[in-house]
Design a protein around this ligand. Structure first.
Ligand SMILES: Nc1nc2c(ncn2[C@@H]2O[C@H](COP(=O)(O)OP(=O)(O)OP(=O)(O)O)[C@@H](O)[C@H]2O)c(=O)[nH]1
Length: 387
């Protein structure tokens, strides 16, 4: 009999949701450290829209990680996430599992898949943590429209605990309005305001349990299925069959999507591929929930180092519809390599020594942006001769 099945305790599973760039990985790194300090062995399921797992670079290399790349977890999870979880449990025997979804994922689909898997594996969904970018939500709330706004709303509705992050980027009045808004959209989830997701982690891990975790069963008198009602209403339809790529390897965390490698656009036009494939795979039932079909991804592999200042200037002028970018770069005028991040008009550069053989690559994620413009600008930067 499988060893994991005779373990008398279920493995707690946490789902980390939140819009692109809200701070999920920032929280993930802290949670892993927290569990390791307690002598626990955490394992991670990491999902990225792009074909390269960049976030995996900032996670301790000893942590077992299953990578689901080049597609959104919420379209692929119904059976596949279950298989990934089963494999992770069998090969790594973790004490706790955390699933970081893409920022464009509808967490209800993941929640369903985990719940289904818990019927035959000893795991238990403990909590769904949604990280909210305070400034971004505040901006979208003023506009009150758009698919991103709806998607963010669903991620908030599905949460069992809400981290209202990046409060350093809003004023007190905005913060108060956001708290009220979150309470209106999700009356069940505690709201914790944070900067850089800094929070009492024990408190955070306990906070959501009453909503999705085992405590909700004994709690059912208090919240007789209203919580479920909220979720069902917000995210009920599953019709998408897009298949991403799966890799399971604690060692080699960064990889290309080999299914695209020989194609002409292996250095470029993946956004169309992903969207077309996605649309073809769609079951054409109406989708009452907001989905991420509008989200485009452009991955750029650099053929030459670029000047750091020219690159910063390019990033500062990214079109508004590009709301997330990240990458690992070698600059022509610096000695080290850099981990670059851009989220909702804020950018960040950090020195990094990548794990493994990592190409110079940047991923751009947004809505209906013209990727050829981005590509040509980057090619122009590459073409500049350095002295
Ligand atoms: N100003 C500010 N920046 C933050 C805060 N928390 C995180 N960041 C920055 O926001 C950027 C995105 O953070 P991540 O943790 O990578 O976000 P994410 O949700 O994992 O992003 P995706 O996985 O791409 O969806 C990084 O540059 C972080 O340093 C915060 O509280 N305030």
């Amino acid at each position: 009999m499988n060893e994991t099945l005779v373990k008398d305790q279920s493995i707690p599973v946490y789902i980390l949701s939140g819009f692109l760039g809200s701070g999920k990985t920032t929280l993930l790194v802290q949670l892993i450290e927290h569990w390791q300090q307690q002598g626990l062995r955490p394992a991670v399921v990491m999902n990225e829209l792009g074909e390269v797992n960049l976030d995996g670079q900032v996670v301790d290399s000893s942590v077992p990680m299953t990578e689901m790349l080049g597609g959104c977890i919420c379209c692929t999870v119904r059976g596949d996430l279950g298989l990934q979880l089963a494999e992770l449990i069998q090969t790594e025997s973790p004490d706790v599992i955390i699933i970081e979804a893409t920022g464009a994922a509808n967490p209800m689909e993941i929640l369903d898949a985990v719940t289904e898997t818990s019927l035959y594996m000893r795991l238990e969904l403990t909590s769904l943590i949604t990280v909210v970018d305070a400034a971004h939500l505040s901006g979208l709330y003023l506009e009150q429209k758009g698919q991103t706004y709806k998607l963010m709303q669903e991620q908030i509705r599905c949460a069992s605990v809400l981290l209202l992050n990046k409060i350093d980027r809003v004023n007190e009045q905005e913060l108060d309005s956001l708290k009220q808004l979150l309470a209106k959209w999700n009356a069940f989830a505690p709201v914790i305001p944070t900067v850089k997701c800094e929070v009492d982690l024990d408190m955070l891990l306990q906070s959501g349990v009453a909503v999705h975790g085992s405590a909700s069963r004994s709690d059912s008198e208090q919240h007789p299925s209203e919580g479920q009602h909220v979720h069902t209403e917000a995210c009920a339809v599953h019709g998408c069959n897009h298949h991403g790529q799966y890799k399971s390897s604690p060692a080699n965390r960064v990889g290309h999507d080999h299914s695209h490698e020989n194609s002409d656009d292996s250095h470029g036009d993946h956004s169309h591929d992903q969207n077309d494939e996605h649309n073809q795979g769609m079951n054409h039932q109406p989708h009452p929930h907001a989905s991420h079909e509008h989200v485009m991804v452009y991955t750029h592999y650099f053929s030459a180092p670029v000047n750091s200042e020219a690159f910063e200037s390019f990033v500062s002028q990214l079109p508004r519809d590009v709301y997330r970018a990240k990458g690992i770069l070698t600059f022509s005028d610096t000695a080290s390599r850099f981990w670059f991040q851009y989220a909702y008009r804020e950018s960040d550069y950090m020195k990094i020594t990548p794990q493994g053989d990592v190409p110079n690559v940047a991923v751009f994620i947004g809505e209906h942006f013209d990727q050829t413009i981005i590509r040509n600008q980057l090619l122009a930067l590459e073409a500049v001769k350095t002295g």
